[in-house]
Design a protein around this ligand. Structure first.
Ligand code: ATP
Ligand code: MG
Length: 420
């Protein structure tokens, strides 16, 4: 127990880290281009916020939340998704008073009590975008284009975009009725949760993973056929913009997404290269959420992208990247004078942008050289009494064995030249 992380969680370090840092750098730089600013909300919120926004017929609220009472008897939940918290922040800080749209992104650990399997953890990470303050399909297209560009920049070829429209409350009412009629006598074949969904929110049955439920709804009517004029126009314009942007998509009327707050556009980026959990990114428009949470009526669109699944997809395509630590120089030492001096000179190198390392363990010279090799040092040097007294040092190229003499006091300049 003591030496094992809780089920469904992972330590991320060492050889796995460069890939994480790489996608995070790409996400941040892309958001900069799109004028999307970062937001960091608390990892826990009042439970009520998720009940209200995510919806009580969803898997998340029914079985996946980490909910507990704090010492002040408040019901608290670790965030199972970030849209609710970001919408709460949007209202709390009066962001609707700023020039709209408000465009925010987050990179956030997220918590769901789920059965763990490949691509399904209990603590995972989402990169997400939320844009508030417009009802135009142009905003849907902008949000989708962020995920599209990210996937393209990473060189991933297997992920495709699927879109659908759930319409507004009126279309939804019409569709729920059509779906109920379709399920008809087969109601008793649905799983207990879906029977409840049938009453409260029939659309959710389409999202059930139970194979019997899937059989019942095979061939169900398409939600797109129930769209009213305004919603249909919205969906058509979105498709036109995406086409002009050169973004490829297919229409998939079975996409409903796992959250109750979606209206009109919903979309997924899916791959078939990482097993059963192939949805890398999911999102859509949620025009009622801000109002539902106590703010003004506000059009909004967003997505959540599972970073673990994105990395799995990258790995499925390119294999595990080689792990190569890099140091420009290892400044070893022999004797106490050299040992002390090497610490200060190493700091000086680091202050000048050179990746430098010295002995902080008290190793023998032989062991120091072995270590220098291990950490991928490009150059090495050893400081002893003589070197310190005469202000001279021999810099060795670790690959070719070539040696260059230099003044200790000029080491920074020489190293800069050597590493280009
Ligand atoms: P799923 O159908 O996989 O359960 P979902 O509908 O619950 O997904 P969302 O709530 O839309 O997913 O979350 C957005 C993205 O977050 C998913 O597409 C996925 O990439 C990722 N994700 C969701 N749950 C997990 C999890 N338990 N472990 C890892 N990634 C997850
Ligand atoms: Mg889920």
């Amino acid at each position: 127990m003591l030496t094992q992380a809780p089920k469904g969680t992972k330590d991320i370090f060492g050889a796995d880290m460069p890939a994480w840092q790489n996608i995070e750098v790409k996400m941040r730089s892309l958001c900069k281009n799109f004028g999307i600013e970062e937001i960091r909300t608390p990892i826990f919120e009042h439970t009520e916020l998720f009940l209200r926004s995510v919806g009580d017929t969803t898997d998340i609220v029914q079985k996946e939340m980490y909910t507990f009472e704090d010492k002040g008897n408040r019901s608290i939940t670790l965030r199972p998704e970030s849209t609710a918290g970001v919408a709460r922040a949007y209202i709390e800080h009066g962001m609707h008073n700023n020039a709209q749209p408000t465009k925010l992104f987050y990179i956030a650990p997220t918590f769901r009590y789920e059965n763990t399997q490949a691509g399904r953890q209990r603590q995972f990470h989402q990169f997400g975008i939320e844009m508030f303050g417009s009802y135009s399909p142009a905003l849907d297209a902008e949000v989708i284009s962020v995920a599209y560009e990210l996937i393209k920049n990473l060189g991933i070829e297997s992920i495709e975009l699927r879109i659908n429209s759930l319409g507004g409350p009126e279309c939804r009412g019409k569709y729920n009725k059509a779906l109920k009629d379709f399920i008809g006598d087969n109601l008793s074949k649905l799983c207990p949760e879906c029977r409840e969904r049938y009453e409260k929110n029939p659309l959710r049955v389409l999202d059930c993973k139970n194979h019997l439920c899937k059989e019942v709804i095979a061939g169900a009517p398409s939600v797109i056929d129930c769209l009213g004029e305004e919603c249909k126009n919205h969906f058509d314009t979105l498709q036109e913009i995406l086409t002009q942007m050169g973004i490829k998509f297919t229409i998939d009327p079975m996409i409903v997404r796992g959250l109750d707050y979606y209206t009109k556009t919903v979309f997924e980026f899916v791959t078939n290269t990482i097993g059963a959990q192939g949805t890398v990114c999911g999102g859509g428009r949620y025009d009622n959420l801000v109002e539902e949470c106590g703010g003004p009526k506000t059009g909004a669109v967003g997505f959540g992208l599972g970073m673990e699944r994105l990395l799995l997809t990258l790995e499925a395509q390119n294999g595990k990247p080689e792990y190569k630590p890099v140091r420009h120089i290892y400044l070893g030492s022999i004797g106490n004078k050299g040992f002390i001096k090497s610490q200060a000179i190493t700091l000086g190198l680091r202050q000048n942008g050179i990746i430098a390392e010295c002995d902080t363990v008290g190793r023998s010279v032989k062991a120091q050289m072995k270590y220098a090799n291990k950490i991928g040092a490009m150059y090495s040097a050893i400081l002893g009494d003589d070197e310190v007294e005469n202000d001279l040092v021999s810099i060795k190229n670790m690959e070719t064995g070539e040696i260059e003499q230099a003044r200790l006091t000029e080491l920074v300049g020489i190293m800069k030249k050597l590493i280009g």
